[in-house]
Design a protein around this ligand. Sequence first.
Ligand code: C2E
Ligand code: MG
Ligand code: MG
Length: 743
Amino acid sequence: MQVSENSNDDFLFIDDSDEDEILDDASVGTWKILIVDDDPEIHSVTQLALSDLTVLGRNLEYLHAYSGADACKIIAQHQDIVVVLLDVVMETDDAGLKVVKYIREELKRQDIRIVLRTGQPGYAPEESVIKDYDINDYKTKTELTRRKLVTTVYAAIRSYQQIETVNKSRHGLEKIISASSELLEKQTVHGYAAGVLEQLNHLIGNVNTSVFCARGQGILTDVDDLSFYILGQTGLSAILVDQKVATLKNETATQMINNCYARKSHDLSGDNITLYLANGSYRAIVYMELAEPLSEITKQLVEVFLANVAVGYENVHLFHKLRDAAYKDILTDLPNRLAFLQLLDKFSRSKDNNLVAALVDINHFSDINDGLGQDIGNQLLIAVSKRLKTIGDSVQVTRIGADVFGLIGSADFVNPENLITLFDFPFEAGEQHLPLSACFGFCTKQEAGAEGKKVLNQINIALNLAKKDRQNHVVYYEQEMEDKTLWRLGMIRQLRTDFADNRLELWYQPQLNLASGKVIGAEALLRWRTAEGNFISPAVFIPLAEYSGLIVEIGDWVIEQACLQIKSLEQQGFNEVAISVNVSIPQFRRGNFVQSIIDKVKQHKVKPQKLELEITENILMDDPQIVIDALVKLKQEGLRIALDDFGTGYSSLSYLQQLPLDRLKVDRAFVTNIAKPGQAVIANTIINLGKQMQLNVIAEGIEEESQQVHLKAQGCDDVQGFFYAKPMPADEFVQYLKTHNSD
Ligand code: C2E
Ligand code: MG
Ligand code: MG
């Protein structure tokens, strides 16, 4: 007998000529048939009729029930019953129909095929029952000849199998849907590739190896060629992710992947298959080696799956682009601050003790930007970023702020020498070649804290110190710096409260004329007596006051005190005594500095000649013009200007010449050894320079008579030092004047 099937409606025809040929040869598993009838005779007849029948490669196996209730029990126990041959009338007229209801409604088994049989030719169940309960067939028992029975059972089993297939593909589709949404959430191309392979392996089963690959360029960072790279793999012994497909050393694979890419379609025939994944401009190939070729239904499922997940592939790349945007600096294409922090995280966890992280801050970049325009500024930054990258291939270069770059790499590359050399030549910006300088902060791996943020803070501390250091623009972070910072902050806080609580005092150190021996003035010097009664040296707290800006308020107070002191001395008959006050650069930076002094002098009706401002040469380093302009105005008002600590700074003589000076102060450093042979050269030179510039010269720090003798011989005008008097409170100074200046 020939079994043929019509693929359109899956109808089965059995050729009557030879029934026995329905017996297929192979037998894998069985089809379980449940015969339900209260008549034992029917059981044996049916079994006999169907004996030796093999359907779709499997034999039949029989279960027997003799009542409706019996049948229900057996069906509930056996999940694998495929066909029920069911008598309608048994213990009751509708016992069979109850079994039908039980199968479909209670057990919710829609797949089991049911063939109703009745002994009474006149009795037929209502059509609605047949429809609603999906009854396969309805036969009177007399109709069931052997042939008819075989055909009926065969058709029922086929139908069961089709339902099963549909169910399977439905499960497959459900898998696809959940896989797609899962894959949509994958954020890395590697995660996505692994996910796709996992799902495909799941869907197909029996996969020996699989490889997910794509062209490297634009997909893998730092890969710039068009060869195929492996992004995901299963079933391979070696891990080849991020390697070229060529490393598989599998000719068939290479060939099939290339063909698939060129053809832009899947090849699902045979044991080795290729799948083509494309969405937008992103394309990938999956190559798989299977244990057996795909069944039709699996092919369809695979296609549906790929169509669904391709969207995810593009998403992964778009996501990457977004990520790039968040971690990349657009102007220079370098990793940005966020990325630098992550790299520093890695740096701090690294075991490589030779690593160094550094910050490079371009000096005066905002001046260039303001002066030459943003375009030139941008081009310079790009030029700097390119030059920084030449320091070493393995060095990571990032841009973390407008003109600040972050570097991480081996100390062999990232070191002061190499970095400073990079700034030896001018940088190109359009037509221009501009020289640039920079400050550098370093942090070695040994000193690095436990996380990126901490390390950034550490290099920042070093960088800030490098910026403040006038000569050496390179500083390596050390733990001490942080301790110092904390100490500094504490001191500043205390100074602020103590100043507010009037704990600062102004003391006076007499200045004498060498020729007359008379006191001609005094230098006002700050004293800080803490609540505990300790004196803190101005050499310690003045730099802190300058650093914090507190010096502006304190400086105002000093000038006020000096004016009051001048007035008080006048009232006590000391008309010729001038007061010198020290001023710092932050005071000049405040817009109304000049006016505030003039106002004070007028307010207290002080003769301006009696107030002298002492400035140090270093005050000229940052903004010489601001200082020169201010001093010129003050000098016009009649105030006197002295250059303090002369000879210890670095200012150029050309600036010095522009200063409206009245007096030069020879620093103590040149006075200390002045009486020793050969040590007087500098002091002598300063005194001579002062004379030639027609300035008054005062030497400070005189502690011994021999020094005084020498200074007098050189023609120094005035002196100040412990040899005469130490700085003292105002009332003591008045006493001092009384003993020294009254004839
Ligand atoms: P300076 O302006 O050079 O002041 C002279 C310093 O030399 C004073 O130190 C004074 O006590 C010290 N000195 C004077 N004669 C001798 C001597 O014979 N031997 C030795 N060993 N030292 C002598 P002081 O009072 O500790 O002040 C230190 C610095 O603090 C001052 O140096 C000045 O730069 C700054 N300073 C003090 N008061 C003020 C202020 O009101 N405003 C500003 N901006 N700075 C101030
Ligand atoms: Mg001074
Ligand atoms: Mg001095």
